[in-house]
Design a binder for this molecule. Structure first.
Ligand code: 4GX
Length: 237
């Protein structure tokens, strides 16, 4: 899978992309991330990519032309290479608090696309017409950050886990939190007692059926207590 990122802060990415699973995914050729400095697409001699808002008000707004031109440049290189004609092979995503909330389903759907281009917005926002040059907007949560770079990295990480081969043992994505609309059961490893806190006996019993039943019950209890909204969602309420 290929992911292009359009940003005014490409320097924010190498730390995250250069460690752990994302590093391994790239080394294994399962993921290619290409960073693009939006300022390279500015026509301004000061490399400006923002301007004052029409109608007045505080702050600056990101201009649509550099973003549109960066998207077009990426499309003519990367997308042409894998046959842009086929629908669903290329998806342009704007990171925005107004976007569709990121979820397991959204991450899985995005991982099924061959090529993503992620646009990171800054300042007080981006010109509304940017929405006309992307396919969708995605939000990582109901809070406002200083820019779209961290959201883009969160999206890349969430998506990469669903690229076949990225996670060594595929079972991990089946058992994890949210996989079947519930929170994960509690996990323990050695020692059996830490400062008086013991590992539940059932996990040491060697009885796989009892372990499985206990885990199901723990998942359900936790979800009911901490995230009852997940149960309502699953029931379609
Ligand atoms: N989930 N930000 C985008 C600029 C902006 C503002 C308004 C479009 C409309 C965010 C989030 C997020 C900060 C990224 C503001 N762009 N992105 N940026 N939460 O907070 O995705």
């Amino acid at each position: 899978m290929r992911i292009d990122v359009i940003t005014i802060f490409p320097d924010m990415f190498p730390g995250v992309l250069g460690a752990s699973m994302l590093k391994r995914a790239q080394e294994a050729g399962l993921l290619q991330v290409q960073l693009h400095d939006l300022r390279d697409y500015s026509h301004d001699k000061h490399r400006k990519v923002d301007d004052r808002p029409y109608g007045g008000g505080p702050g600056m707004v990101m201009r649509v032309e550099p973003i549109a031109e960066a998207l077009e440049a990426i499309r003519s290189t990367a997308c042409a290479a894998h046959g842009e004609a086929a629908p669903g092979t290329c998806q342009r995503i704007l990171m925005s608090p107004e976007g569709e909330p990121l979820s397991t389903l959204v991450a899985k759907q995005a991982a099924a696309v061959q090529h993503l281009t992620v646009v990171c917005g800054h300042y007080e926002g981006v010109d509304e017409r940017v929405k006309a040059v992307v396919d969708r907007a995605i939000s990582i949560g109901d809070y406002v950050l200083t820019g779209g770079e961290l959201p883009a990295m969160v999206l890349i990480d969430a998506v990469a886990r669903y690229i076949p081969g990225v996670i060594g043992h595929e079972d991990a994505t089946k058992e994890e939190s949210f996989a079947d609309g519930q929170l994960e059961y509690p996990q323990y490893t050695r020692p059996p007692v830490f400062r008086g806190l013991a590992v539940p006996d059932v996990l040491l019993s060697g009885d796989h059926e009892r372990v499985a039943a206990w885990r199901r019950e723990q998942s359900m209890d936790r979800t009911r207590t901490h995230r009852p909204d997940l149960l309502r969602e699953r029931n379609g309420q």
